[in-house]
Design a binder for this molecule. Sequence first.
Ligand SMILES: Nc1ncnc2c1ncn2[C@@H]1O[C@H](COP(=O)(O)OP(=O)(O)OP(=O)(O)O)[C@@H](O)[C@H]1O
Ligand SMILES: [Mg+2]
Length: 326
Amino acid sequence: MPGAIYAEGLVKTFGDVTALDGVDLDVPEGTVLGLLGPNGAGKTTAVRVLTTLIRPDRGKAVVAGIDVLKKPNEVRHAIGLSGQFAAVDEYLTGRENLSMVGRLYQMSSRDAKSRAGELLERFNLADAADRPAKTYSGGMRRRLDLAAALVVSPPVMFMDEPTTGLDPRNRQALWEVIQELVAGGTTLLLTTQYLEEADHLAHDICVIDHGKVIARGTSDQLKARTGGERVELVVHEREHIPLAVEVMRPFGKGGFTVEEHTRKVIVPVSGGARLLAEVIRELDTRGIEIDDIGLRRPTLDDVFISLTGHVAEAGEETREQEGAAT
Ligand SMILES: Nc1ncnc2c1ncn2[C@@H]1O[C@H](COP(=O)(O)OP(=O)(O)OP(=O)(O)O)[C@@H](O)[C@H]1O
Ligand SMILES: [Mg+2]
């Protein structure tokens, strides 16, 4: 059974640019797929193909069980797309804009009003609800746009960088609304530049670059693939480095990195915080004074950088140093 969003071998070229180069996707119903990739990777193009806004040169796409190429109109009725279908009318107030969307979707006037009020509250627009949208700031307009996309909850939603330009509080508010939607059975494809967002919201993550899927899996799977956790230790005396390495060896999984100038020793480990306590005890027993010690887990940022090759030409050591610097 293909999922609620399914794509096979999508290809889309614009002149010399191959925006999509054989993309396959399969998003199970009621889950969130986070589509990540550097600028120009093809994320928006994928969203536009799946939401019927452009036709692919090749490939197949099925959304909510409907063939995107054969029945685009039916697909449009089954999906929501933030920032596209939600055209804000400048001269209407925020409240009127949202009620109007509800009415367009055949809600009763009462339901449309109540949903509008609820969303204005959720997106911290209640104070500005009765002002024309043309008086809104950029971030307010963005939130109104998102709220408009959320008036009805279609079975399948697409959000292209929904939280770009939102402050942390409003980003949090959107995350909550998204989680409620998904708990209610909505399937969501979300593109984002905020890896923390994908980490927080997405069941599965798909990383694309140059129009190709270069990795997929859960956030944890991708992190494990990048190299798991490590202990970073800074000794007080430079002369203690060899001794520290000796103490750490039984705890590590091989492959030490030593940075003489910062007196830092980095050891890939598995075993988490308990292991850290043991390491500290052992160092203490051997009289090695430490300035700093910590367990570092790879973040999705590490995954992204290692996958998309921003430091691909550099060796493991450089990556460790980059990590240490953050
Ligand atoms: N209408 C178009 N005409 C010409 N080239 C296009 C068009 N749309 C997209 N492209 C090109 O296709 C490639 C993929 O663009 P796309 O917008 O899908 O990237 P993206 O992953 O969404 O990037 P961003 O993170 O910057 O939003 C880019 O090289 C872009 O310049
Ligand atoms: Mg884009």
